[in-house]
Design a protein around this ligand. Sequence first.
Ligand code: GLV
Length: 320
Amino acid sequence: MKCKVFLTSTVYSDTLSVLNSSHFEVHMRKDDEPVLTEEDLIRIAGEYDALVCNISNKITSKVITAATKLKFISNIAVGHDNIDLDAARKKNIIIATTPGTLHRSVAEYAIGLLLMASRKVSTHQYQQKTEGYPNWAPTYNTGLEISNKEIGIIGLGQIGKEIGRMLHFGFNSKIYYLKNKSVPKTDYKITPLDKNQFFSRMKFIIIACPLTEKTKNLIDDNELNSIQNDSVIVNIARGKIINQKALLKYKNKFRGIGLDVTDPDPLPLGHQILDDPNFFITPHIASATDEARGEMIKRALKNVYNYMHLEDSNDVNIIN
Ligand code: GLV
């Protein structure tokens, strides 16, 4: 019998060949169809053997509990906080993700946002396009250099390490990280700081850790209170790692706040922080390059092929 696979979004057609028609029956949604609801996902979990989804699909415990057929979920993402892992574990449903495919794109974007928040590129562009610019003046609208600075990274996994590498070798930055249990290995110098030292010393902070119960609201009133005036913060991980209400309270301390992720994610139009000139906000697109998205999709489909057809878990990025 063929393995039935449901793809919640459209993928590049040349990547689909791995799920060949002799072994797989594939249903792929078009991106202009209405967003899938929990009810839709419950139905799909009862009809398909494998699901290829992404961070905008909430795979709740209700979806998983209702899964009479589903055995495998392949998330086109490195994060997996859109999936209820406990529920999946209880049901023996395997979850796989796509590490190793997007760290370069995300790191480049994080540095782009760091530059954006430090130099306010989009503000100047907007002003130039809408009001025109007054004459060049020596003290007008200055930003901050990032070269040779101390930069603190929260989360030195594959993405955080790549950000540090690019900053170290490209900008001669001194890389610090928020100390936790593991000691990351890098080919450049990194210095751990405990929480108090990290937030009171780092004037450039980049968040690159996964969202877990431990990292939710990791940056809250206390941390924001100890951050120095005129700092720059960038989040390319998950919005809920910063308490956004607290961030609004302390926003004027910052030279710039670059957020590719927010709470909620994406933000609805008209949200308060969209109008604030200190916030530089983009809609969770740090991995959106032709290169990374192509690799992420290929990896996600290969995970399905290897696990469901070859029945070989070795080359499948299983996380549960
Ligand atoms: C994107 O945020 C991902 O987790 O891949």
